[in-house]
Design a protein around this ligand. Structure first.
Ligand SMILES: [Mg+2]
Length: 146
């Protein structure tokens, strides 16, 4: 099981906060986050440095989207709702994966493209896997793991 490298994640968090404070924010800015091992750890708890980034985004009026590899079904909807708790109300939309979409690169890229088509400019994407970042994602940040 993947373990978050918190020492380096805290360095990354400061980098991202610096980035958010210093870039020119475009119109309709958004940030895109992965869910597992990005917002929520493998025990189902918030990953605090990322939670702090979310709060910063809310503060700067940057819309938050989540694109998760979790399959769309009632169980996952309920679990996700319970896990992200109060953050749920601040997230614009959560993309769940349809089971036939087996390729994470394609699925996540299409979801980012969908957000782009809605008129958002994504300034940053954060995730623990390489397919979490890329086209239509702005600056990509990979969560350090051990
Ligand atoms: Mg993940």
């Amino acid at each position: 099981m993947k373990k978050i490298d918190y020492d380096n994640l805290n360095i990354l968090k400061n980098d991202i906060l610096f980035f958010l404070e210093h870039i020119t924010i475009p119109n309709n800015p958004c940030i895109i986050l992965d869910l597992d091992n990005t917002i929520i750890d493998s025990n189902g708890y918030f990953i605090k440095p990322i939670y702090e980034i979310c709060l910063k985004c809310l503060n700067l009026n940057i819309t938050i989207f989540i694109i998760t590899g979790r399959v769309l079904n009632n169980q996952n909807l309920e679990n996700t709702y319970n896990q992200i708790n109060k953050l749920y109300y601040f997230v614009k939309q959560i993309y769940f994966r349809l089971p036939y979409l087996q390729n994470f690169y394609e699925y996540k890229k299409k979801a980012r493209y969908d957000i782009f088509l809605k008129g958002y400019t994504c300034i940053a994407t954060i995730g623990d896997n390489i397919w979490d970042i890329g086209l239509f994602g702005g600056n990509g940040f990979i969560i350090p793991t051990i």
